[in-house]
Design a protein around this ligand. Sequence first.
Ligand code: SAM
Length: 211
Amino acid sequence: MRLRNVKGSREEIAASEFTINNPEEHKGRWNEVFGNDRPIDIEVGMGKGRFITDMALAHPDRNFIGIEKYSSVLIRALEKRAELDIDNLLFIRMDAENIEEVFAKDEVSGIYLNFSDPWPKDRHAKRRLTSRQFLKRYDNILKKDGKIEFKTDNRDLFDFSLEEVSEAGWNLIAHTFDLHNSDMNEGNIMTEYEEKFSSMGNPIHKMIINR
Ligand code: SAM
């Protein structure tokens, strides 16, 4: 993803009522932050936040936290968030490598990974959000019956992820190499990248996993 430096975005994000600064202070107590006991779903690498925002609107009975490393895209999600009268959507600016410092064991009910950066060089494999190293981190925060849903148009990343799922001992509940022409597409909420790549004719791959 090409990132423009959006001037002042870091300060604006820190000042927003929808961003949680020092998120590690809420580890194990995210229900207090939301003020209720609804299940908490997260999207890791949410970009400009279209997917997680539409999920929050579609599921008012759940809470959502969007996680994004870069201020320059997170700021776009905040702009949209400010127009909405909902109480179930918050954001964290952080590198997901530290996710276990922010969420306690069994604190997260669902994890969404959408069009994650492919990191094509072998030596960067552990940075891929579906690598065994990341699956281990998710294992430490996801409820026992929790699921991860992953979408991408990148076939190499999808094939790598299928191997990692098996290596890490997770179960492949369902998968498709052409989401938009499969029965897994029912209720599908599109991401920014999904819209862009599917309109170019790229088939979208999706897997749902648990352990
Ligand atoms: N999920 C969005 C979509 O489908 O439209 C954005 C996809 S974009 C290709 C991937 C996003 O993941 C980028 O905004 C990037 O900054 C973010 N990202 C990648 N690695 C991350 C990490 N370790 N922690 C947090 N965000 C990360």
